[in-house]
Design a protein around this ligand. Structure first.
Ligand code: NAP
Length: 287
């Protein structure tokens, strides 16, 4: 293998350490930091994600509050719980675990979150701040990717980047973050209607793949020496795999994130960072 492996586990441990220090500093000043999760139903994968978020929050010294509603909860019940958490001074950040059961509207639920307590950085107000390049909670997975790039001192200025995927969760925000002033990549956004994805990828210095399609990116698609960030998280008979054929692409790329252990751990670390930042802002307002 020629590529350097970019360990999200390593970077996430650094971020969690920073968060724990900031939580301790607030505690010294008499302010607790609280993260709440809202889970609707009993989807096994969602339950594991929520459990991992609580564990990480508690390890960082935060209070964690676990709210679970039955699978047949109404939209009104979900939103009234969120409004109750908005008013709760012990809660600085919250996440609504998506996707919600099919009869519920996840976007409307996210809209009900107080933007100041939006730990996932997905409220339209905060996505608006991202477009305006103003500070605020940023979408957790893309901000985790940016932290991996900065931790490993990967140059972005003047580089060409191709982002595969255009979801509001990953593809669109990461494209915006890579193109912003100071980061200065030249970004092309690809999606399922992009013709000849392979030849487009072959032009890129940085490739971010967030499609949810195992094996989408192969060795022949990637420019030698390129940086490949694999966001894909696909459960297959062979276990958890990304969208990139890791073994083959690692022979061609200059650097690559593994799955698991790449982008995944950064998402939780980023939502803890958003939560402690929200607590710091609320403490400043109170103080
Ligand atoms: P999504 O909402 O389903 O979006 C997938 C995007 O990929 C869409 O824009 C789609 O294009 C595009 N796409 C699908 N097939 C493609 C193809 N063959 N060629 C080019 N583009 C294609 O998914 P998401 O929420 O962004 O998540 C993407 C992946 O990242 C999933 O595997 C998810 O599990 C993973 N993920 C991981 C983390 C983490 O923490 N590691 C966090 C979030 C997501 P259209 O718009 O044309 O349909």
């Amino acid at each position: 293998m020629t590529a350097k492996v970019l360990s999200g586990r390593e970077v996430a441990a650094v971020v969690r350490g920073e968060v724990a220090e900031r939580v301790a500093a607030l505690a010294d000043d008499g302010k607790t930091v609280g993260l709440a999760t809202v889970l609707v139903g009993d989807d096994p994968a969602s339950k594991i994600y929520v459990r991992n978020k609580h564990k990480a929050a508690e390890r960082a010294g935060m209070l964690s509050f676990d709210y679970t509603l039955p699978a047949d909860a109404s939209q009104e019940q979900v939103e009234s719980l969120i409004e109750q958490l908005n008013r709760d001074d012990q809660i600085d950040g919250m996440i609504v675990q998506l996707p919600l059961p099919g009869h519920l509207d996840g976007s409307r639920a996210v809209l009900a979150i107080d933007p100041a307590k939006d730990a996932d950085g997905l409220h339209p107000y905060n996505l608006g701040l991202l477009v305006l390049d103003e500070p605020g909670p940023q979408p957790a997975t893309p901000s985790g990717i940016m932290r991996i790039l900065s931790y490993y001192e990967i140059a972005t200025s003047g580089k060409s980047a191709v982002v595969v995927g255009r979801s509001f969760l990953v593809g669109r925000p990461i494209a915006m973050m890579l193109a912003k002033k100071g980061v200065d990549a030249t970004v092309t956004q690809a999606h399922s209607r992009t013709p000849e994805l392979g030849s487009l990828l072959a032009t890129a210095d940085i490739v971010v793949v967030a499609a949810g399609r195992p094996g989408l990116v192969n060795a022949g698609d990637v420019k030698p020496g390129a940086v490949v960030i694999d966001v894909g998280t696909n459960r297959t008979d062979d276990g958890l795999v990304g969208d990139v054929d890791f073994a083959a692409v690692a022979e061609v790329a200059g650097a690559i994130t593994p799955v698991p252990g790449g982008v995944g751990p950064m998402t939780i670390a980023s939502l803890l960072a958003n939560t402690v930042a929200a607590a710091e802002r609320s403490h400043m307002r109170e103080g």
